[in-house]
Design a protein around this ligand. Structure first.
Ligand code: BGC
Length: 452
């Protein structure tokens, strides 16, 4: 009997990895869509004769979509279900890829990018949510972290795609047509995502919430669970009502606040300053354009490698310890970065070294683990909507950090990095005092702990 159970669980783990892999394509498109613009915006500027501000709009318009996507996807996910909502995001990516490849002017382009942005904001929340809901507790952290790996994977792939498109023609071809292929290339992963999603089952927790218990049990059995898990889910569904006002209940209010603050801290500790502006930082530290571009690729690779470390250890070491190590390490690296900028004796390589250390610490926890925690700390009845609130703040913080960095760098030079370092210290104290450890506990146990 026990042997059969453990064999079922083994097979279930295999299935769960497959399903998480498909859902993580949402993360891949998140990375792909946010990074594709980096290779294209100079050509776009020439083609449509854009001013600097218009170029900024061409680049940042997608973020408006992200905020809308984040704010709405949770409600859609709670109503239509996780699977159908993910299918919708795949369609948004498809429409946006075609639309941003064919525009006749900036307005058409920005509109198409906003549509894609809605897809990004929605997928950024729905993919981890779906993965958390199908994952067995003991490997949930690593499965959700796969999504972060896919985000960075998407960024690295599109850098390479853009770099090869640049090889295909001369400047005038690139200005007329080449950049269009950069956006069109996104149809491929978007189509793949759509088709593969057709084969994944709805999340068992969503099915149970809808009263479809037989179906929920069947999915649980395929993913290594069974009657016991279903009973726990059913029990947990009676503890909360499916209303967003539940978030104002005492224990859950704390959960909401913890998620929002953690989401904002992921952004205000400065990661996208590096992700979006690394070449400008390196050039400001005295590098040539070519060297700056090369160093930026290394930043991507380090990000990828250290996310693998997170995947390997998150379910053993736990969320809390990892986040503490990350915020301390990020803070110290930022101080080193500011010092390297200030000292005339130090060269640009110290700037690169400090940046790489910072990204490595981010990748070990602040990147993946924040998404893990956001996907696991809310009750099933309102998980989508609660994640919407938290990630709405995440994207809004991202928008302001990215918007304000260029003027801050211009005014304060390298001293601007002290600001993010201070916020890393805030993150450290917050994690230490306010974040509960969720390692190894089922979603139902986590919910019960908030309500207790
Ligand atoms: C963050 C993004 C960031 C990415 C970089 C994600 O976890 O939410 O804002 O660009 O990691 O690796």
């Amino acid at each position: 009997m026990q042997e059969a159970e453990s064999a079922g669980r083994e097979k279930g783990v295999f299935v769960v990895y497959g399903l998480a892999g498909i859902a993580a394509l949402g993360g891949l498109l998140f990375g792909y869509d946010t990074a594709v613009i980096a290779g294209a915006n100079d050509f776009l500027q020439k083609r449509f004769e854009l001013t600097e501000l218009q170029k900024g709009w061409a680049t940042a318009s997608a973020l408006i979509g992200c905020i809308i996507g984040a704010a709405s996807a949770g409600a859609v996910g709670d109503r239509l279900g996780r699977k159908r909502s993910l299918l919708l995001t795949a369609l948004l990516f498809l429409v946006s890829a075609v639309g941003s490849a064919l525009p006749r002017n900036l307005t058409e382009f920005a509109l198409a990018r906003i549509v894609g942005g809605v897809g990004v904001g929605a997928a950024a929340l729905l993919s981890p949510l779906y993965i958390a809901e199908i994952a067995p507790a003991r490997i949930r952290g690593r499965l959700v972290s796969l999504n972060q790996l896919a985000i960075i994977g998407g960024m690295v792939v599109v850098y390479l795609v853009n770099a090869s498109i640049v090889q295909l023609g001369d400047k005038s071809w690139l200005t007329q047509t080449g950049w269009r292929w950069m956006f069109a290339s996104e149809t491929l992963p978007a189509f793949l995502f759509f088709v593969l999603l057709l084969f994944v089952p709805e999340s068992p927790r969503y099915l149970a919430k809808q009263g479809k218990l037989k179906k929920a049990l069947r999915v649980l059995e395929r993913t290594g669970g069974g009657e016991k898990e279903l009973a726990a889910i059913q029990e947990s569904l009676t503890q909360t009502r499916p209303s967003v006002f539940e978030l104002l209940r005492p224990g859950l209010r704390t959960a909401l606040l913890v998620g929002v603050i953690l989401a904002v801290l992921q952004q205000v500790t400065g990661i996208n300053v590096v992700m979006y502006y690394a070449p400008s930082i390196f050039k400001k530290a005295g590098m040539t354009i070519g060297k700056a571009a090369g160093s930026t690729v290394i930043v991507g690779i380090v990000n990828l490698l250290f996310t693998l470390v997170a995947i390997a250890v998150v379910d053993r070491v736990g969320r809390k310890v990892l986040l503490l190590v990350a915020s301390a390490g990020m803070g110290l690296s930022l101080v080193a970065l500011a010092l390297a900028f200030a000292s005339s004796r130090l060269g640009s390589w110290q700037v690169v070294a400090a940046t790489l250390a910072y990204v490595a610490f981010f990748a070990v926890a602040m990147g993946p683990v924040v998404w893990v925690v956001l996907s696991e700390i809310y009750p099933t009845q309102i998980r989508g909507r609660a994640m919407s609130v938290a990630t709405f703040f995440l994207w809004t913080a991202n928008f302001f950090v990215s918007l304000l960095f260029p003027p801050l760098l211009k005014h304060f030079g390298g001293n601007v990095f002290y600001l993010y370092a201070v916020l890393c210290a805030v993150a450290f104290l917050f994690v230490l005092t306010a974040l509960p450890e969720t390692k190894g506990r089922t979603l139902e146990e986590i919910q019960a702990a908030w309500l207790a």
